[in-house]
Design a protein around this ligand. Structure first.
Ligand SMILES: [Zn+2]
Length: 584
């Protein structure tokens, strides 16, 4: 069971701090032996997400999600196991050994894309400081960016000719296929010649929370073509989940408990340079639920900062709808006419903008204003009520929904019951399993079984009798049985049975969730002894009861009187044994 790979996993785990890794996504506070925070896997108001540093696992009492640092990274970023392992190994300063596991295809492709992006980003950035990159540097400095800002955002320039990039990438062992898979070049379908997708453009690398370069935004400087080109969808770049600037902004978002969301890449960079650093941008005006959740993992508040032109306001009001499905408190700041965040901060300074950001308008107030039209007209009022009902129906929390139904129907001057009915109708029509609570739930432990497992794992000396007389059979949940088998086997072999090492050898996610749930029990020796004895007794009682029922069946079927009376005696004996257990 223990191979080199398992040892390596264990090695990596012991060198990274799970609290530190999870703390990059969740705000954790120390409480007793655990660190506790709002669960990133389901919406909640009272934190029930626990991380145990010493035993290296996490568990949520709300949704039962649990596991080790690998499963956390996989769940939260959508990485494959190999990616998570590589990421954490890098952090620990270790190199993943070449084994049969590393050949998994999906992981390999994602790795290749990341390698291609990383090489290209480095090349584009270097080029800025060379003659070939002059148009890019001129543009960025012209937009008022400092060299420091250019460095922090790793901005770059892609020259029109491709040979430099291809040579640089080859030097990093990145071939044309990988550049093609990453969408950096495109191979012509008939000549096979590579086409430079970003040629002649200023490059904005898109870096995720774990510091991976997942894609690029590229802005044209002159000539024809779209103003911005983004990376194509790839195994690591999904437009619907991208938040530009999240890597540079995450610490400040956590510190200020607020994320400011703007529309453009340049807005993010310009505000960052001015000293407002909790700023990110979604690509396009409409948010996805996934983007909302990502923000929610870092902070409770989000402030949407919109340009002053009224044409975009209606779109902006609708674009925020998916954020309502999260637990975020949403505020809106609209800049005075004609300004975007970049131009505003340059003209007015960070202090003035900071003041505006301190007093955001409530999202509903903004919606009524932006979508409002002339509210006195009946037609408009009906249309607006429908739009508002659409938005309210997206709120996951029922109480919150109710509050808004009351408040907004009052503001719109329509009947509460009518609004309530409209909202409920929309929820029914759209009902999906994701709509409530958010995310899937982890496995629930059958009553008593997680405590029992915890007692055995923490005090194996007390479990000797239990192991001999009951064993894994004492557990009813099939996966608990499997875990118990591994535990007993490891006790006999004298191997480590901490939650973390159990998770190393049983990689099944359900098992990990149950191990983490059991790991949350802190028991003293006396309590553990009681639980183990209780578990054993319960098991024996169950077995003896089954046996008695079985004998009864046989007595009924037996016609031979002698055999029958022997069975009756056996039943009596069994019953006496059972009584001893039920009394004591
Ligand atoms: Zn949870």
């Amino acid at each position: 069971m223990v191979d080199d790979f398992t040892t390596f996993k264990e090695n990596v785990k012991s060198r990274v701090d799970i609290v530190e890794v999870i703390g990059e996504f969740v705000e954790l506070k120390k409480r007793g032996v655990n660190y506790i925070g709002p669960c990133p896997f389901h919406n909640e108001t009272k934190p029930s997400f626990n991380v145990n540093r010493e035993r290296q696992f996490y568990h949520c009492f709300g949704c039962n999600k649990g596991g080790d640092v690998f499963s956390f990274l996989m769940d939260i970023t959508g990485m494959s196991f190999m990616e998570a392992l590589k990421q954490l190994a890098d952090r620990a300063g270790l190199k993943v050994p070449e084994t049969r596991f590393t050949g998994r295809e999906g992981a390999e492709k994602a790795d290749a894309v990341i390698a291609a992006n990383t090489a290209a980003a480095e090349y584009y950035h270097h080029t800025l400081y060379e003659a070939a990159g002059e148009p890019g540097m001129t543009y960025l400095l012209g937009r008022g960016l400092s060299k420091e800002t250019i460095r922090v955002f790793r901005l770059g320039y892609a020259p029109p000719e491709l040979s430099g990039l291809l040579a640089f990438a080859r030097g990093k062992s990145v071939g044309e296929e990988a550049l093609d898979a990453a969408g950096i070049i495109k191979k012509s379908s008939y000549s096979g010649a590579p086409f430079n997708r970003f040629g002649g453009r200023v490059i904005f690398p898109i870096i995720d929370q774990t510091a991976r370069i997942i894609g690029f935004g590229a802005r044209i400087l002159e000539g024809e073509g779209a103003k911005y080109v983004n990376s194509a969808e790839s195994p690591v770049y999904h437009k619907s989940t991208v938040l530009f600037g999240i890597y540079q902004a995450r610490a400040e978002i956590k510190r200020t408990r607020t994320a400011v969301v703007v529309e453009g890449y340049m807005d993010v960079i310009s505000l960052h340079q001015a000293g407002i650093k909790n700023v990110i941008a979604a690509s396009g005006t409409a948010f996805t639920v996934e983007q909302g959740r990502q923000i929610n993992r870092l902070s409770r508040n989000v402030t949407l900062l919109f340009d002053g032109d009224s044409a975009g306001m209606t779109a902006a009001a609708r674009g925020a709808d998916n954020l309502l499905a999260t637990d975020l408190a949403i505020g809106v700041v609209v800049l005075p006419g004609g300004h975007d965040p970049d131009s505003y901060v340059r003209e007015q300074g960070a202090e003035v903008l900071g003041e505006l950001l301190k007093n955001p308008m409530d999202i509903w107030e903004f919606k009524l204003k932006a979508l409002g039209g002339n509210i006195t007209e009946t037609e408009d009022r009906i249309k607006l009520s429908g739009e508002i009902a659409d938005s309210i129906s997206l709120i996951a929390d029922e109480i919150k929904r109710d509050v808004y139904i009351r408040d907004l129907s009052h503001k719109l001057g329509i009947d509460i019951n009518a609004m309530d009915k409209a909202v409920r109708g929309r929820i029914r029509r759209r009902r999906t399993p994701r709509a409530e609570g958010g995310g899937e739930r982890g496995e629930t432990c059958p009553p008593g079984e997680c405590e029992l497992l915890a007692s055995i794992v923490q005090y194996p000396v007390l479990a000797r009798n239990f192991m001999e007389e009951a064993g894994a059979k004492a557990f009813t949940h099939p996966v608990m049985k499997k875990i118990a088998e591994v535990v007993f086997h490891r006790i006999v072999e004298g191997l480590d049975i901490s939650p973390s090492s159990l998770m190393n050898v049983i990689s099944d996610r359900t098992a990990q969730e149950l191990i983490a749930a059991a790991g949350m029990f802190q028991l003293d020796e006396e309590a553990a002894g009681r639980l183990i004895d209780g578990g054993l007794r319960q098991h024996v009682v169950r077995e003896l009861s089954d046996e008695i029922a079985d004998i009864s069946r046989k007595i009924m079927q037996e016609s031979d009187m002698e055999k029958k009376s022997a069975l009756v005696k056996k039943q009596r004996d069994t019953f006496e044994r059972l009584q001893k257990y039920t009394k004591g």
